[in-house]
Every structure is written in structure tokens, then in C-alpha cells.
Design a protein around this ligand. Sequence first.
Ligand SMILES: [Zn+2]
Length: 117
Amino acid sequence: MKKQDKERYKKKLLDRKNEIIDKLNEAYTESIEVEPNFAQDVGDKAETSYTKEFLLSLSDSERKQLFMIDEALKKIGDCTYGICQMCNKPISIKRLNAIPWALYCIQCQEQAERESL
Ligand SMILES: [Zn+2]
């Protein structure tokens, strides 16, 4: 994958990650009055690790997505981004454009979904 493509996906991943974190911060600002700085705090910590409270406040799909985004960002760092974790074949560009945090190619994803049913 070209460097400029990687940068583009990285940006998409970070944008989505920030969206999830922002949404969480909003929820905190609305519900927590005793610790006004807490939301900001969570945002900072989320850069490296997630607190239990942070993770609990996310829905299952957001939590899953956040971990996939982090995983994908790691892959961009070690140059394995866009490679399926199961079969090691490249994930289609079309799929990455739709789901930048996809860790599996469409075939493996479908197989995994079938097996989990
Ligand atoms: Zn695959």
C-alpha cells in the first residue's frame, strides 16, 4: 500500500475514533456534574488505554469498533494494514473504503459470522 493511501486510511480511522470519544465526552458532560474535568480526563487517557468506566459507557458495537480501529492503526504502523488477519490476503480497497477498520477480508468475515451463529 502506498504511503499516501495509508495516511488517508489513518486519518479516517482517527476521525472515527474521535467521533466515538467525543460522543462519550458529551454523555459525560451531561450526566456527571461532580467531576467536570472527568470527561476531558477520559479523552486524554483514551489515547493510550481505556478506563473501565470509559468502556462501560460505550455500546458493544462502539467498543468493538474502537478496538478494531486501534488494531488497524497498529497495523498501519507495522505495515500490515489492509491484509486479512485470517488468510493473509489483501482486503479489497472497496471494503477498506467502506470499513477502514476491517481486519478481515469479506470471505473470512462471512465465514466468521456463519460460524458464530
Ligand atoms: Zn481473509
